[in-house]
Design a protein around this ligand. Structure first.
Ligand code: ACK
Length: 292
């Protein structure tokens, strides 16, 4: 068993290796399922702690699925250097490649907002920590675009501090603007910026950091309202609502009796500006990264 508190941050193939046999999976271990992988809760017998394991459940990984999980592990490996990005504890190689991360006791922000009337001060702290985590990702070289930022993918540790998770759709973006990714397309339609749907049919959409900023605007709306964006619209009409009519999540659901809420409401509207150039960067300064 190779374990280090600060796993290698180089983008090579050296990850801490965890023996699959050391993990115990309880009966109802599944925390959630994605396209081809699932996240499960497990107990590490030597470390005597719970971990979260992302792996394929039913069959052998194909080459490209293996690459996807592998690329996700590389990003989590970098996450060890940020307090607000989930980190990599290690990977299992046998019987399949699997990602092992810390288990987050308080689940996702989506769940918390659904179940609890979260105090405003905690909501602002979480929003701030999300922006710190995103600043970290956007300042990497190559830059990491998350491309699926939403309340479900924001996890909370035992003290309700934020860890950004799920890099299944994320992409690397080099300084020359080239996006490298083995990831599947897709994502959450309510959080995808309109320009994504406006590209010529023969052209591939190339995301920039402004993609994540738009999603952050919608996420701020989720934090403030504790509701689902466009809850009453059918998925099939969302693109035309969002792109052709330029509509956004319902501002009438935002309370008007608090100054802090009003200023966050102004910020979210800047973040979801129709023109990507009008959206602010996460770090609050002008572009430090050439192709931000
Ligand atoms: O809202 P949730 O319970 O929190 O459902 C999702 C689900 O798995 C799919 O991503 C949960 N999840 C993911 N990673 C972790 C983790 N490291 N610790 C605890 N729960 C996790 C997430």
């Amino acid at each position: 068993l190779v374990q280090s508190r600060y796993p290698s941050v180089t983008l090579d193939r050296r990850f801490p290796i965890i023996e699959f046999e050391r993990l115990n999976f309880p009966e109802d271990s599944i925390l959630g399922r994605g396209g081809f992988a699932a996240v499960e809760k497990a107990y590490h017998r030597d470390w005597r702690r719970h971990v979260a394991v992302k792996r394929l459940l039913t069959r052998q990984l194909t080459g490209s699925e293996q690459e996807l999980l592998y690329s996700e592990a590389r990003k989590l490996n970098l996450g060890s250097r940020s307090d607000h990005v989930i980190s990599l504890l290690g990977v299992c190689l046998d019987p399949n490649f699997a990602i092992v991360m810390p288990y987050m006791e308080n689940g996702s922000l989506a769940q918390l907002l659904r179940d609890v009337d979260v105090p405003w001060a905690l909501r602002w702290r979480m929003a701030h920590e999300i922006s710190l985590g995103m600043t970290f990702l956007h300042c990497q070289n190559p830059q990491i675009l998350h491309c699926d930022l939403k309340a479900e993918n924001v996890l909370l540790n035992e003290d309700f501090h934020v860890k950004i998770s799920d890099f299944g759709l994320s992409k690397w973006r080099t300084e020359s603007g080239i996006v490298t990714s083995t990831s599947l397309t897709g994502g959450t339609i309510t959080h995808i910026p309109p320009e994504c749907f406006l590209v010529d049919i023969n052209t591939t959409f190339i995301p920039t950091a402004k993609f994540d900023i738009y999603s952050f605007g919608v996420l701020l709306w989720e934090i403030v309202t504790r509701k689902q964006p466009y809850a009453h619209a059918a998925n099939s009409t969302l693109i035309s609502i969002n792109v052709e009519r330029g509509q956004r999540p319902d501002l009438t659901l935002i309370p008007t009796d608090r100054e802090d809420v009003t200023s966050v409401s102004e910020l979210m509207q800047t973040c979801w500006s129709q023109n990507p150039e009008d959206r602010p960067p996460f770090n609050g300064e002008e572009d430090s990264f050439v192709s931000y």
